[in-house]
Design a protein. Structure first.
Length: 431
């Protein structure tokens, strides 16, 4: 320390040095350290999941509208959701708004690009929004090709000096809307790894939801808020937000999450859903690093006799550190009889929550700090028994293809594995 103080610097040199060190520390802290400590969430009133009381409570607590009417259809794996998405795009008559995290120009991406180009040439307004980091493989020549046909293409926070302190905070949303009337959201994006039906390690397991009716407004809002941030163009009016309503069908809410939102609405939506579970709480999460509140809620529900199950990736994963960090919490959950299943055939990428065959959450968010605090995310909460049972049926099929982790077996895992789990925790917010 004495040697450092002996450097021949003038007073102004020391001033700039100190400012530089403080600035660097502030930037690193903003990027990599957790947010300000949060008090534990406490739910003062519990209602039956999916009931009118429950949906009103969610809407009121989050300050979001309740959508009534229309239908929701679960689409399991690429063989189901890609044809539906492409069919809707090709049938568009007025507008297409399309936001995903990953868009790769492989054979699947090519089919989507051709559909966008054909619709744009038929005077349909096509707006595409991709995360710059997630879609880094979408090279300029493909963007130029689509723009030449009239497609509007934008990237969320591309590499630029002005974005250096924000680049770590990405848009992970899935918000696809056709003519303001058909919407899609879920865990998938556009790449050949989502094609197929999870029959082998090359075909990822994932789920998307097709929605009609008023709930499409919630998906459109997820696109519109990021679009105005990137372009300044405000999407409004019946072309994007139709005004017709229906009393029959699903009841839904749509939550949007952003790093600028201290409330973290998707975290609150999940915790309210967990706390009200009475019979079933089935969680599927591709990147599972639950914070203390999520773990506490799951354990409490399990101790209360609720069937709590968690489905996560197994031996096939694209993020080994994330898997290891999540596994560091297995023992805590297993001791309270929470059941954990690791999917075996391929990468499990679905993001769903089913509560009591009455309430379902589906969207882009994972059970990790990145989704709750760093990413732009969107999620739908749907009150509909038929939809919940359909999602649960998909979970049941996945459990049959999974390895259940048992406490006695887990306690015998090698010492080196425990060390790797603890080291992976250091990377908690790096994903």
């Amino acid at each position: 320390m004495t040697d450092i103080l002996a450097w021949p610097l003038p007073w102004w040199g020391w001033t700039f040095l100190v400012i530089g060190v403080v600035s660097l520390g502030s930037v690193l802290g903003a990027l990599f350290l957790p947010d300000w400590p949060r008090p534990d969430h406490r739910l003062v009133y519990k209602a039956g999941p999916g009931s009118q009381e429950f949906v009103r409570s969610v809407g009121g607590a989050l300050g979001i509208p309740i959508y009534r009417g229309g239908e929701a259809k679960i689409l399991q794996n690429g063989d189901a959701f890609y044809p539906e998405m492409l069919g809707a795009i090709r049938s568009a008559r007025d507008t297409i708004t399309f936001e995903v995290y990953i868009f790769e120009p492989d054979e699947v991406g090519r089919r989507f690009m051709d559909a966008f180009i054909e619709r744009a040439r038929s005077n349909v307004e096509v707006r595409l929004l991709f995360d710059w980091f997630g879609s880094i493989r979408l090279r300029k020549k493909y963007v130029r090709e689509m723009k030449a046909a009239g497609v509007k293409v934008e990237f969320f926070r591309p590499l630029a000096l002005r974005n250096l302190v924000r680049m770590y905070r990405r848009s992970h949303r899935r918000a696809i809307v056709i003519d303001g009337r058909i919407g899609f959201t879920g865990g998938a994006a556009v790449s050949k790894k989502w094609a197929g039906a999870a029959r082998n390690k090359e075909e990822w397991r994932d789920s998307m939801t097709r929605v009609t009716g008023c709930a499409v407004t919630g998906i459109q809002a997820a696109f519109a808020t990021n679009w105005v941030y990137c372009t300044g163009e405000i999407l409004a009016g019946p072309r994007f937000f139709p005004t017709d309503e229906a009393s029959d069908g699903i009841v839904a809410v749509a939550a949007l999450s952003s790093p600028s939102d201290a409330m973290q609405p998707i975290r609150t939506l999940c915790l309210m859903s967990f706390a009200c579970a009475r019979q079933r709480l089935w969680i599927a999460s591709s990147y599972f690093i639950p914070d203390a509140q999520f773990r506490k809620a799951a354990r409490e529900r399990s101790r209360a006799g609720v069937d709590v199950r968690i489905l996560v990736p197994g031996k096939h994963t694209d993020a080994v550190p994330v898997k290891l960090a999540g596994q560091s919490y297995y023992e805590e959950l297993l001791r309270d009889r929470v059941r954990i299943f690791e999917f075996q055939p391929s990468m499990m990428h679905a993001k769903t929550v089913v509560v009591d065959d009455a309430w379902t959450l589906i969207g882009s968010a994972n059970m990790d700090e990145r989704s709750m605090e760093l990413n732009e995310e969107n999620a739908l909460g749907i009150a509909d028994e038929g939809f919940a049972r359909a999602v649960a049926a998909g979970n049941d099929a996945d459990f049959a293809k999974s390895r259940e982790i048992l406490l006695e077996e887990w306690l015998r895992r090698p010492f080196y594995h425990r060390v790797m789990e603890r080291l992976a925790k250091v990377l908690l917010e790096q994903y």
